[in-house]
Design a protein around this ligand. Structure first.
Ligand code: COA
Length: 166
């Protein structure tokens, strides 16, 4: 039996997700998410759960516009990195894109190598105006955001595998 399962998140996961995200947010690696945000958007999230029931990673797929989604709030507990959990969470999001009629997904990130390894390409932020209207204008970093925009065209990704366990 594999040690971690990837599944959709539920409300009981929120406090641990919040703590995981806060730890990386305090290091400036991602934006913090308020508890209320996580409860309201819980349907967007996947988590990685250990056999003992511990939540060790999470990731959200957020629809942004027609055919466009965003990977956000991705974090793996720091002692469990480089074991494939991040890849499995993003692949779970990619596998859901068909059901949501999303053809492209992007992320704003400092983790360029991670996303390139999953088939994303670096793009200019100005090809994502909907993200800027919806979120970026309210971000403390706007307009001097130093995150990198990466985009994946799902139709070009032939090797996204259904991965439910690590
Ligand atoms: C980014 C993050 C989610 C990656 O999760 P992970 O489980 O460690 O990543 P994976 O093990 O699935 O890595 C997949 C591939 O990405 C690349 N990669 C991941 N982390 C890397 C790093 N620190 N340096 C270089 N390459 C890296 C590697 O190619 C890796 O494959 P390999 O281990 O077979 O060489 C994790 O490092 C993290 O939580 N970081 C802090 C929060 C953060 O920055 N989130 C991103 C917000 S957009």
């Amino acid at each position: 039996m594999k040690p971690y399962a990837i599944r959709k998140a539920h409300q009981n996961d929120v406090k641990t997700m919040h703590e995981l995200l806060l730890q990386s947010a305090q290091k400036g690696l991602l934006l913090p998410r308020a508890l209320i945000y996580l409860y309201v958007h819980i349907r967007n999230f996947y988590v990685a759960e250990s056999r003992g029931g511990e939540i060790v990673a999470c990731c959200a797929l957020t629809p942004i516009w027609e055919e466009l989604g965003e990977i956000c709030s991705l974090v793996v507990r720091d002692d469990l990195r480089r074991q494939g959990l991040g890849r499995c969470l993003v692949n779970a999001c990619i596998n859901e894109c068909g059901a949501l009629h999303l053809k492209k997904i992007f992320a704003l990130t400092y983790q360029k190598i991670f996303f390139l390894s999953l088939g994303f390409n670096v793009v200019e932020k100005d090809i994502l105006p909907q993200k800027i209207w919806a979120d970026c204008v309210n971000c403390p970093k706007y307009p001097d955001c130093d995150e990198i925009a990466v985009l994946l065209d799902i139709s070009e990704k032939k090797d996204a595998q259904a991965t439910s366990t690590v």
